[in-house]
Design a protein around this ligand. Structure first.
Ligand code: FA5
Length: 347
């Protein structure tokens, strides 16, 4: 009995010592020392387990399972801790390999930019918003009524030939040929007075060349209130162009123009902002054609149930691509839709 009690005390003490030794080992090398000291051929645990030979048959029966358990448990504990330690060391070795080269250049991140369309449109919208205008919108697939009839272009009007229209298979439906359609939608749905600016895609079945696309973008300005005159139109157009081209003394000039939905109809040219004596942009003329404009025709007001005896207004429109071409010296309108990065990245 005394032998067994002493053995149990030894087992418990050895377990304690083994655990302490494991805890203080911080590398596989140190763990190997612990293994040799406790589990090696002449290790303390191995030797204690070997003392079973010296016990009586009766004590062997009790001591056997205790010593076996000590050996098994100690080995399992050791293996587990060794595995963790090996993993830690492998990770540390891997991290060490990941040195960095201070002379290495940073990878170039190619950043996208807004399409030139979006840039110009945002700039135009900002100018008109700053003048107190609302931004309006309208559909690209239109009824004949909005594109022509309500704009004083009845079925048999020769002006229809000016717009090479893409007609749809649905009778009376087309792809809008200009953004003046938005004038009609706005007059129908909004209350007076109106101060609107709109941009949008337009479609014309035209032969393509450096200045003609079948799908292009227009901008439209509409102002309707009481007592609106040509003076308001010219002041607005001039302020707009002076702000856009950042030139306070930029002059405009006016020529007669024909658009069935305005009376009188005008073409507004601006003085070339890029030169003093003529350049390639103004084709040496010092003037650049930019806006189709006029006072809203009384028939257009009437179509949208606005009484021309009380209200009048002005409207003007322009091509966004042509404007961008003038501003950035772009020589071919087809670049806009070509999706070529070397063109787009310039803006
Ligand atoms: C119109 O479309 C009128 N709605 C403009 C207007 C609005 C006049 C309000 C009066 C009052 P026009 O057909 O001229 O007008 O076109 C206006 C601009 O759109 C042109 O000056 C041009 O810059 C652009 N444009 C017309 N057709 C094309 C095309 N095929 N490709 C590229 N741009 C075009």
């Amino acid at each position: 009995m005394l032998v067994m009690k002493k053995l149990e005390e030894k087992i418990s003490k050895l377990k304690q010592e083994f655990e302490t030794a494991l805890e203080s080992a911080h590398s596989t090398e140190q763990l190997e020392q612990v293994r040799i000291a406790f589990l090696g051929r002449s290790g303390q645990i191995t030797e204690l387990v070997g003392t079973i030979k010296e016990l009586s048959a009766e004590d062997k029966r009790i001591a056997g399972p205790l010593l076996n358990e000590l050996k098994k448990e100690s080995q399992e504990n050791f293996d587990q801790i060794l595995q963790l330690c090996e993993l830690r060391e492998a990770q540390a070795a891997e991290n060490k390999k990941q040195w960095f080269d201070v002379t290495m250049s940073k990878p170039i991140h190619v950043r996208g930019t807004k399409h030139i369309y979006s840039q110009v449109i945002e700039q135009l919208e900002d100018i008109f918003i700053s003048m107190g205008y609302d931004i309006a919108d309208g559909p690209e697939v239109e009824k004949d009524y909005y594109n022509f009839k309500a704009l004083n272009i009845p079925d048999d009007h020769p002006a229809r030939d000016m717009h090479d229209t893409f007609w749809l298979d649905i009778p009376g439906m087309l792809l809008r040929t200009h953004t003046s359609t938005i004038q009609v939608h706005a007059m129908e749905s909004r209350t007076l007075p109106l101060a609107l600016f709109a941009t949008g895609r337009c479609y014309r079945n035209e032969a393509l060349d450096a200045s003609h696309e079948f799908n292009f973008t227009q901008a439209e300005c509409l102002f309707i209130d009481k007592d609106i005159s040509i003076a308001n139109l010219l002041a607005t157009a001039k302020t707009f162009l002076q702000t856009l081209f950042e030139k306070k003394d930029l002059n405009i000039r006016v020529r007669p123009g024909y658009f069935p939905f305005v009376e009188p109809g005008l073409e507004i040219d601006m003085e070339c902002p890029f030169c003093l004596h003529g350049c390639s942009t103004c084709k040496k003329t010092r003037w650049i054609e930019l806006l189709g404009a006029g006072l809203v025709h009384p028939n257009v007001l009437r179509s949208s149930k606005i009484d021309p005896d009380y209200y009048s207004g002005f409207a003007f429109g322009m091509g966004i691509e042509r404007l961008a071409m003038i501003r950035h010296g772009i020589t071919d309108i087809r670049h806009f839709h070509a999706s070529k990065l070397n063109f787009l990245n310039q803006f």
